[in-house]
Design a protein around this ligand. Structure first.
Ligand code: ADP
Ligand code: MG
Length: 710
């Protein structure tokens, strides 16, 4: 076994040398033989078929011919110079033409020699010819040996300039593969898995990914490699869930007590939907199980997640524990605080709000009450966790609108165990309930949230009318203003939202203030009052403006996306989104979710200029067509690719070489269920049959995950 072959620095490969090595490192991060070996083709050219010259009847496709060179000629001078050669097979002849590189090609073209020629025919003067075909001398082997799939590799301009275009890379790979022994590529799947799916060995897979022997072998190799990528990710996630999370002890909330029951019977302002009841049951089941809860609630905007959070909080409080509720913005935290205070008025629980703008004296009081246990529920931004806030006995942490927290922050929360809440009484990590309004397609959820249990609120409270959505170009603005006027006359309120993108903050700010001015001109005081909220305001200012709108003192709210998340003003029935083309689908959906919360018919008006990219057109069209968050999420995923969704890119989780979680959703499901059954029967992968999996895991995946395996 040549142990070090794969770790050999790339400059030692035949055909590389120092200059190319530098470029390979810089451009493709290829440092070693191994890096090159795992630089797979991104597509293949099917060169398994041969044509005869007589059959050529279309300019549409590349074709492959085998024939003899019979006649070579150079015509013209200078820039008009060209080289032609006649290729002849049993059925006829065709002309091959070169305008460039003549001095390289000409010496190869020996009359009477047989060549394999590949290129795209063009019709010229009523005859087909092929310009700049690929040439390969026939080595007198049976034609079968020339039937192949030609790999196409990603490369860059700089590499191409040094001869490392796709073919150049293929040539390097061709220098590397013959040195590769079976043992250089240890198997990483168990034999039961290999035989169940009739997968080729890992060694054979890698050879075939670069130099496929035939269509069937290529298919098998790709299938196996995709499976492998998805399998190891799922193995990691499921192990986290099965072994780490599920075995992790948690607080037991044994009984449903006074607070929960009284609230349910006497305070609840409406009947819960079936979906809400189901999710509460799922949570209740988790928190009395003795295990640590890690649950995600997915529910479209307006599906009523807040009340589920409150009922869960009451369960914890009933059992003597404290609860933290975290929101991504101060506005939202404040709104939760006021909303929940109002809902629980008279119930006798102690709720406080802690944000960046809480005054020192107030803060001191909160700290004292937290540590004495007097305070039951603390609401705030994520400062709650990062600020070394000390609880007496934090039993449940609820994170609302999780998409603003991002995967990385969530991981941080988990890692903290008993976070910065250092307290001997804090035996376990608090139960964790994450709530998100960004629906994620099932396949993606499985991948991104594979370590969480997922509950779905898939039912809206009764009586909701779907929001009517239209897309107008800017020239309709006057008509839109007229419409606003009529709705306000009926007593409704209006949001007008402007984009805020950090790179062009100044411009956006100007758009916003210009917009505000023209709105106040069209809707002047004292008859009309307009609120304005944006990121540059002080928290008190924001809060003041927000409150005026919430109380109905202002009819119009001009804002940037700070109002995107969570804000609840049921009387608002129009959402106007300016420069809507600059918003992503999930953001548009979130914004639209701010209206349609009351009994009235609501409207969402998307305003754009005329210049729309194809992508933007699809976004507008999708918004007008559906209000189904899951459907929107699917389109979003297709437009943007999984990498951009929910900060998954940073997580590195979806960095697959071949697998594609959308297209390969079926393989993903299979991989997941196999990973599950492997871990269920052998959680630490100690059985000899799983040794290949275990060895690979230990080598390639985060140590921490497998630290329990010694
Ligand atoms: P989201 O899931 O977007 O956070 P909220 O919890 O803010 O939604 O609820 C949206 C609105 O629906 C609120 O006004 C809330 O009082 C109301 N609501 C929630 N559940 C129900 C229900 N079962 N029946 C009627 N209205 C409900
Ligand atoms: Mg909410």
């Amino acid at each position: 076994m040549n142990h070090d072959l794969l770790h050999t620095p790339i400059e030692y490969l035949k055909g590389v040398g120092p200059a190319r090595a530098e470029l390979l490192k810089k451009e493709l991060s290829v440092f070693t033989f191994k890096d090159l070996l795992f630089h797979f083709p991104f597509r293949y050219i099917d060169r398994t078929k041969f044509h005869t010259i007589r059959d050529i009847n279309s300019e549409a496709f590349h074709i492959q011919l085998k024939g003899k060179i019979t006649h070579i000629q150079t015509v013209g001078e200078g820039r008009k110079k060209r080289l032609t050669a006649t290729l002849q097979d049993e059925t006829g002849s065709i002309e091959l033409v070169w305008f460039k590189g003549i001095k390289w090609v000409k010496p190869q073209l020996v009359p009477g020699k047989t060549f394999i020629v590949y290129g795209k025919p063009t019709l010229f003067n009523n005859r087909y010819n092929i310009a700049h075909p690929e040439l390969e001398e026939w080595n007198n082997q049976p034609i079968e040996q020339h039937k192949k799939f030609q790999a196409v590799y990603h490369t860059t301009e700089k590499l191409s300039a040094k001869g490392l275009h796709s073919k150049g890379i293929a040539k390097l790979i061709g220098n590397l593969l013959p040195q590769l022994k079976y043992n250089d590529i240890p198997e990483n799947l168990s034999s039961p898995i290999l035989s169940q799916f009739k997968f080729p060995s890992r060694y054979e897979t890698i050879l075939n990914l670069h130099q496929p022997q035939c269509a069937e072998k290529l298919k098998q190799a790709r299938m196996r490699y995709k499976f492998e990528e998805l399998f190891f990710l799922q193995l990691q996630l499921i192990r986290q869930k099965l072994v780490v999370t599920e075995k992790m002890p948690g607080f037991v909330f044994e009984h449903v007590g006074e607070y929960f029951n009284r609230f349910y019977k006497e305070f609840l302002p409406f009947e819960l939907t079936g979906a809400q009841k189901r999710v509460i049951k799922e949570i209740r089941h988790d928190v009395k199980s003795g295990k640590h809860m890690n649950r995600l609630i997915q529910g479209d905007v307006g599906s009523g997640k807040t009340i589920v959070a409150l009922l869960s909080a009451l369960l914890a409080i009933d059992n003597g524990y404290q609860v933290a509720l975290m929101a991504p913005t101060e506005i939202l935290a404040t709104q939760h605080f006021e909303g929940l205070k109002q809902l629980t008025e008279g119930l006798g629980i102690n709720i406080a709000l802690l944000t960046g703008s809480t005054k020192t004296a107030q803060r001191k009081q909160i700290d004292e009450q937290l540590q004495s246990g007097e305070l039951n529920l603390l609401i705030g931004t994520h400062a709650l966790i990062e600020d070394k806030v000390k609880f007496k006995n934090l039993g449940l942490a609820i994170i609302d609108e999780q998409h603003r927290f991002g995967v990385a922050q969530r991981a941080k929360l988990w890692a903290k165990k008993s976070p910065d809440i250092k307290n001997p009484q804090q035996k376990h990590s608090p139960h964790i309930l994450v709530m998100t309004a960004t629906p994620i397609p099932r396949t993606l959820a499985m991948t991104v949230y594979g370590d969480l249990d997922v509950s779905v609120i898939d039912e809206l409270p009764p009586g909701r009318k779907p929001v009517k959505t239209v897309h107008y170009f800017d020239n309709k603005r006057l008509a839109v203003f007229g419409f606003i006027e009529k709705e306000i006359a009926k007593g409704r309120q209006v949001y007008i939202v402007y984009p805020l993108i950090e790179e062009s903050e100044k411009l956006d700010y100007k758009d916003l203030t210009d917009g505000y001015e023209s709105i106040t001109r069209r809707f002047p005081p004292p008859k009309y009052q307009v609120s304005i909220v944006h990121g540059k305001q002080k928290p008190e200012e924001k809060d003041f403006e927000m409150q005026r709108f919430v109380k109905g003192e202002t009819q119009i709210m001009v804002a940037t996306t700070v109002i995107e998340v969570g804000v609840n003003v049921p009387n608002a029935s129009i959402m106007i989104i300016e420069s809507a083309q600059r918003f992503g689908l999930s953001q548009l959906h979130q914004l639209r979710g701010r209206v349609g919360r009351g009994a009235e018919q609501s409207y969402c008006i998307l305003m754009t200029d005329y210049k729309l990219t194809e992508d933007a057109k699809i976004r507008m069209e999708t918004m007008c067509r559906t209000t189904d968050g899951f459907e929107i999420a699917e389109v979003d995923l297709k437009l943007r690719g999984p990498g951009d969704i929910q900060g998954t890119a940073q997580s590195g989780m979806l960095a697959f070489k071949i697998a594609d979680i959308i297209k390969d959703a079926k393989i993903l499901q299979t991989a997941r269920s196999i990973a599950k059954s492997v871990l269920e029967s052998d959680p630490d992968l100690l059985s000899p049959v799983n040794a290949p999996i275990r060895t690979f895991m230990q080598k390639h995946h985060q140590k921490s995950f497998w630290s329990k395996i010694s």
